[in-house]
Design a protein around this ligand. Structure first.
Ligand code: FAD
Length: 363
């Protein structure tokens, strides 16, 4: 079993729509109306068009690591994205542009680029899921995000019925967002990344990573070291999928870090005066990003906090909500999410927003 995709257990019929739980890292989600596998870009388009012809709603599902699917499941057609591979489509003395099929497991791609001496994705090591889903929420970690290396996305436009190339500048990349998130219009078929030929990482931007590497922020390190250290840090927080570790049966961070207007930030400071300065990062437009994990912890929801049916905050990371027993329902998970959101709001007056895509459920 791959450590990047939740795949059905051996012997199971992969197109049995009985439960989507086996395709999500939370191990949650009811039945699909119909379940189909697409192993190439052409097949993805064909499956989507066929579902449209049947007048069925379509859910694209790849690694299932950023979705919360309701207990009622999804009554339409679920298309499992399983196209694989990447190839070089342009290169010069300094850079190489790789075109990656949507279903390529993300961490396999990162490993391959590090091995070849292509710099640009190394700090995104260990993130579960598919390459095609990375533009959806502009995947980021440890000071890197895919918006920095994506040059174009090839997508099927369901509104126009055509395949188009969308330049990075038109993807609307933002913190954990893009034009693709929460849109039914676009089906990502492949993604082009422009990487730098270099045995060294980009400048290390994240203080925790720099400390773990024993370097200063801004230094560069061998790609292998960056990848290994990021994976080690992530594993310590339950942020690398591990079938044996229920702390990883999550969607990673359940809430995004709130970005506050200056005035709202000052109000937060007042309400948190007894706790010292909230961890924060200045952002463009005089806004301030604050740590959702800090807010949650200080509102009384520490690591290991348990909700109904044994759903729990990970024992390793305050931002990860887990189906810790493997037997809970989506209703229980969203009840815990709601309790945390409301508790943070009552204590600090800040509203947390979920990072994953919620399908047929709501918090
Ligand atoms: C343990 C853990 C750690 C994580 N750490 C991080 C992290 O550090 N940083 C981060 O940004 N994220 C993180 N995540 C979230 C998640 O891994 C990423 O968002 C990932 O890119 C999702 O990929 P996926 O293939 O699993 O998408 P899925 O969960 O299958 O889909 C997510 C959304 O994208 C849509 N989608 C999927 N494929 C396509 C496609 N080809 N075209 C159009 N829409 C599509 C789906 O319909 C859905 O709306 C983590 C998750 C887990 C479980």
């Amino acid at each position: 079993m791959s450590d990047v995709y939740a795949e059905p257990t051996t012997g199971a019929d992969p197109t049995d729509p009985a439960t989507l739980a086996r395709y999500t890292t939370l191990r949650l989600g009811g039945p699909a109306g119909r379940l189909e596998i697409a192993t190439s870009a052409d097949e993805i388009v064909r499956r989507v068009r066929e579902a449209e012809a049947r007048e069925q709603a379509v859910l694209l599902l790849a690694g299932g690591s950023n979705v919360v699917i309701g207990d009622q499941g999804f009554p339409g057609t679920v298309v499992l994205i399983r196209s694989r591979g990447f190839r070089v489509v342009a290169e010069d003395a300094d850079t190489v542009t790789v075109r990656v099929e949507a279903g390529e497991p993300w961490d396999d791609l990162v490993a391959a680029t590090v091995e070849r001496g292509w710099s640009g994705l190394e700090c995104l090591s260990g993130i579960p899921g598919s390459a095609g889903a990375t533009p959806i929420q502009n995947v980021g970690a440890y000071g890197q995000e895919v918006a920095e290396t994506i040059v174009a996305v090839e997508a099927y436009d369901r509104t126009e019925g055509t395949v188009v190339r969308i330049a990075a500048a038109d993807c609307g990349f933002a913190y954990r967002g893009s034009i693709f998130k929460y849109s039914d219009r676009w089906v990502v078929l492949s993604v082009d990344f422009r990487l730098t030929r270099s045995p060294l990482s980009g400048p290390v931007r994240y203080a925790e990573l720099a400390r773990a590497l024993g370097v200063e922020v801004g230094d560069r390190v061998p790609l292998d070291d960056a990848r290994a250290t990021v994976r080690r840090l992530r594993a310590g927080k339950g942020m690398v999928l591990d079938a044996q570790d229920p702390d990883t049966w999550s969607v990673g961070s359940f809430f995004t870090n709130p970005v506050l207007e200056r005035e709202a930030y000052e109000l937060l400071r007042e309400r948190a005066a007894d706790l010292g300065e909230p961890p924060n990062w200045p952002c463009p437009g005089d806004t301030v990003k604050v740590s959702a994990a800090w807010l949650i912890d200080k509102a009384g929801f520490g690591k290991g906090y348990t909700g109904p049916e044994g759903v729990a905050i990970s024992t390793k990371h305050t931002l990860a909500l887990t189906n810790h027993t493997g037997t809970a329902s989506t209703a229980a998970l969203v009840a815990l999410a709601r309790e945390i959101r409301d508790g943070v709001n009552t204590r600090f007056g800040v509203t947390l927003h979920p990072e994953p895509v919620l399908i047929n459920c709501t918090i």
